[in-house]
Design a protein around this ligand. Structure first.
Ligand SMILES: *[C@@H]1O[C@H](CO)[C@@H](O)[C@H](O)[C@H]1NC(C)=O
Ligand SMILES: *[C@@H]1O[C@H](CO)[C@@H](O)[C@H](O)[C@H]1NC(C)=O
Ligand SMILES: *[C@@H]1O[C@H](CO)[C@@H](O)[C@H](O)[C@H]1NC(C)=O
Ligand SMILES: *[C@@H]1O[C@H](CO)[C@@H](O)[C@H](O)[C@H]1NC(C)=O
Ligand SMILES: *[C@@H]1O[C@H](CO)[C@@H](O)[C@H](O)[C@H]1NC(C)=O
Ligand SMILES: *[C@@H]1O[C@H](CO)[C@@H](O)[C@H](O)[C@H]1NC(C)=O
Length: 618
């Protein structure tokens, strides 16, 4: 950490601590519910105290019903920062245990002062959200951008604050409020496929350059201090436990004993809870439901052991991984040692998942240290019902979205994610209304890594509000829709299976704002049929010097069957395996007819010549 950072942090801390606790008039109305934390800690540099909640150093947020626009109520603005102020440490709690040998995929972010704030409230009618900056810097309306950018919410300013009208929406609203006077432009060190970000503000920070050159392409533009607004409908009664006899009301502070309770419900009321960086919520096998009340802030991770048919996690509280190191390995003292099985998932289940469902609703997940969720067991008969779910602070690299097991319905989601976001590894999945803020690694949809039999998958209505990729990869393509090469042997192009089939897969109604990666990057490990990609808008493809803009669809061969190639369209009507319809880059429709699709043209669709006649765009 540089001396500039320390000074900036101290100034902020002293200037702002005094008013942090004062503004706390919250709403508990029929149409509006906001909440507050009395232990807010403004601190952009170091871990916060166990009993504290990191509070936005920059934003104060208040909410009024649009029908009574002068009655504003405080809504706590949370904050999350890269590495949670821990530095690049390997041993939990030991701020000296810097392990630079493990790339956590965070580089310049702490040095340039990247932060992400959010607030969450419940509403039943239109509201006005008032946002002011604690440093006194006035907001001008022309500087405010709301993403997704097609919502047309009313923006006004008054007395230096932004007033944004958020209409009631029964699916909730998840938006990023951005200020043109506080953006960070990510640039690569140089041209070519494998680069890294540079910065020009902190000479003692990583990858510093005194000035940028034309050889340093811009690969992303993001708020330096993000602010997300999560407005949710009040939950229905089935999402709030009402069975006191079977409920363990957890006591605030250091949590123990969840592994021995005989209750079926674990309930976190308003307040702050923590497990430390070397423990998590290992639930006893009686626990089927974990509830996070509005105003609950739980520093931990949840592991179910119940084989009950219906598992749940509901409520508008926060589950935060901020006390863990990257890839915290539970089997090795929660130290940073990557293991797909033992690194800590924020959500995990281990009992017999046969016939089980997991319902997750309302929760905000902060700062995952690894893949956010995996259940273990016979997951072929395990379904996920996720809605009004938010993931924030996923600055580390290996921070995927959730698994969607067969029969899952995942909708109304906000994902800040470092790795594979929309993971379609199973059949009969509907994923819809997903807002994505993508950092450095992996594609947005992922269906590769292994040979798979997949059918009946729909991913509809996705808004990609940010993407920043410093590198492209031929084995692990960065793209809106991707399929990585074999997990077992990534450099091999002969690990496909001509006996595996993907079909009836639809990707529809996507908007990708700002700089976007390629439309598709597919190393097919299975035959593909009836793959429909329609109504896709990319505002602008990433710079061509980085290859991030280049779609790929490569012939892979099967080593076990005389190197036969996997087929595209062999079992599709008219042998058209991949149909791309109504795909626009900027304002130009990409089509065969316009001859603007190939790797030298605007569409950048570099599809293996062997598949000619097996796909179409127009
Ligand atoms: C609100 O602020 C007052 C004064 O700072 C404090 O006494 C009170 O505990 C706060 N209430 C909450 C809910 O934070
Ligand atoms: C419950 O967890 C505690 C540590 O928090 C441990 O000491 C104890 O052995 C565990 N009990 C069971 C039954 O697993
Ligand atoms: C699996 O869950 C059931 C309750 O649903 C419980 O009786 C059993 O002990 C659990 N098994 C394990 C290994 O935790
Ligand atoms: C396709 O998947 C959806 C979502 O899980 C499901 O509702 C539907 O029944 C499935 N269709 C078939 C034919 O299985
Ligand atoms: C896919 O299903 C076929 C049967 O249709 C089976 O032979 C093959 O082993 C399966 N492949 C995978 C990877 O599940
Ligand atoms: C084409 O896709 C755009 C989104 O990119 C959508 O707004 C438009 O309605 C689509 N057109 C048709 C005819 O479906």
């Amino acid at each position: 950490m540089s001396s500039t950072q320390i000074i900036r942090g101290l100034l902020l801390a002293t200037a702002l601590l005094s008013d942090a606790a004062a503004q706390n008039t919250t709403a508990s109305l029929a149409n509006l519910n906001t909440w507050w934390h009395s232990t807010g800690e403004i601190n952009t540099l170091t871990p916060v105290q166990d009993g504290n909640v990191r509070q936005s150093h920059l934003y104060a947020v208040q909410v009024a019903l649009a029908s009574t626009p002068s009655d504003y109520y405080d809504s706590f603005a949370y904050e999350t920062i890269p590495r949670n102020g821990n530095g690049q440490i390997c041993i939990p709690g030991d701020l000296q245990s810097i392990c630079t040998g493990t790339d956590d995929q965070i580089s310049i972010e702490p040095a340039v002062g990247i932060t992400m704030a959010w607030t969450q409230f419940l509403y039943r009618s239109d509201v006005i959200v008032r946002i002011s900056r604690r440093n006194g810097q006035a907001i001008s309306a022309s500087d405010v951008v709301i993403r997704p950018s097609n919502l047309n919410f009313k923006i006004q300013t008054y007395d230096g604050a932004a007033l944004i009208t958020i209409p009631y929406n029964s699916n909730g609203v998840r938006v990023s409020i951005e200020f043109e006077d506080d953006l960070w432009t990510y640039r690569n060190a140089g041209q070519g496929e494998n680069s890294y970000y540079v910065q020009d503000v902190d000479p003692s920070g990583p990858n510093y350059v005194s000035s940028y050159t034309n050889d340093m392409p811009v690969v992303g533009v993001e708020p330096r201090n993000a602010l997300l607004i999560f407005a949710s409908p009040f939950p229905t009664s089935d999402l709030i436990p009402n069975d006191p006899g079977n409920t363990l009301e957890v006591t605030t502070g250091r949590v123990t004993g969840l592994n021995t309770t005989t209750k079926s419900i674990v309930s976190f009321g308003p307040g702050v809870y923590y497990f430390t960086g070397t423990d998590h919520a290992i639930l006893s096998s009686s626990v089927e439901w974990v509830y996070f009340a509005p105003g609950a802030y739980v520093k931990g991770a949840v592991q179910y052991a119940s084989g009950a048919t219906s598992l749940k996690a509901t409520g508008f509280g926060v589950l935060s991984g901020e006390q863990y190191v990257y890839q915290a390995n539970v089997a090795q003292g929660y130290q940073n040692v990557k293991s797909d099985a033992d690194s800590l998932h924020m959500w995990r289940g281990d009992n017999n998942t046969d016939g089980q469902t997991w319902t997750v609703h309302g929760v905000t997940l902060n700062a995952p240290p690894f893949n956010s969720m995996d259940f273990y067991g016979p997951v072929d008969t395990f379904s996920v019902y996720a809605s009004d779910y938010k993931q924030v602070g996923a600055f580390f690299g290996q921070t995927d979205g959730m698994e969607m097991y067969p029969g899952s319905h995942v909708h109304d989601i906000f994902y800040h994610a470092g790795d594979d976001v929309i993971k379609t590894y199973y059949s009969n999945i509907l994923a819809e209304r997903i807002t994505v803020w993508k950092t450095n690694n992996a594609p947005i949809i992922q269906f590769g890594w292994y040979q798979r039999n997949l059918t009946n998958i729909t991913v509809d209505s996705v808004d990609v509000i940010h993407c920043r990729y410093s590198s492209q990869s031929s084995e692990y393509p960065r793209a809106l829709i991707g399929s990585a090469a074999s997990y077992v042997d990534p450099t091999s192009t002969s690990d496909a299976s001509v006996y595996a089939f993907i079909s009836d897969y639809t990707v529809s109604n996507w908007r990708a704002e700002g700089l976007s990666p390629a439309l598709i990057g597919v190393n097919p490990l299975s035959n593909i049929d009836t793959f429909l990609v329609k109504n896709i808008w990319i505002e602008e493809l990433g710079p061509d010097t980085t290859q991030i803009d280049m779609s790929s669809f490569t012939v892979f061969t099967d080593s076990t069957s005389g190197n036969a190639a996997v087929q595209l369209g062999a079992s599709s009507p008219n042998n058209l395996g991949l149909i791309i319809q109504n795909f626009t880059v900027g304002s130009t429709l990409i089509s065969f007819a316009a001859n603007n699709w190939d790797s030298y043209s605007l569409g950048r669709l570099n599809i293996d010549g062997a598949y000619q006649g097996r796909w179409t765009v127009g």
